[in-house]
Design a protein around this ligand. Structure first.
Ligand code: SF4
Ligand code: SF4
Length: 132
């Protein structure tokens, strides 16, 4: 058994939930749309920036005078994985950018995100578990 018991069942930790075409029970079992290698992936408008408040300093960066959510390790910097609950958690959920709010779970865009990146959450989970 590993240091964190949940990691022993990592293969079943997100059962079919983050892999296309099965729809996850909730977004905290998926987070596919929060993953990208692109620095300009999550646009932050002026209203978004104001809504983020103090979190903007930690999570927003500027490219050519345009604001975007900072990306780290292949995903939005505001995305964290909680090993204890085995869930992905957006640290700014209540104040997240409009583009994140517009993506509805189960929509065509959501299915596209899961199809393209549905395995990235599992890859991240396995990496975190193997490093504990
Ligand atoms: S909106 Fe869709 S792709 Fe994004 S976390 Fe929720 S289920 Fe996953
Ligand atoms: S702000 Fe939250 S919902 Fe939007 S990409 Fe980042 S972690 Fe995901």
């Amino acid at each position: 058994m590993g240091l964190i018991p949940e990691c022993d069942s990592e293969a079943n930790a997100l059962p079919n939930s983050s892999v296309f075409p099965v729809e996850p029970a909730d977004c905290q079992h998926c987070a596919a749309c929060c993953f990208s290698e692109l620095a300009r992936y999550v646009r932050v408008t002026g209203n978004d920036y104001a809504r983020l408040g103090a979190d903007a300093v930690a999570y927003v960066h500027f490219i050519d005078n345009r604001a975007f959510m900072l990306m780290t390790d292949g995903h939005c910097a505001a995305l964290e994985f909680e090993l204890e609950s085995m869930r992905f958690v957006c640290q700014v959920y209540e104040h997240r950018p409009e583009v994140c709010r517009e993506l509805e779970r189960g929509s065509t865009a959501c299915k596209g995100e899961r199809h393209a990146k549905g395995d990235r959450s599992l890859v991240l989970l396995r990496r975190k578990c193997s490093s504990t």
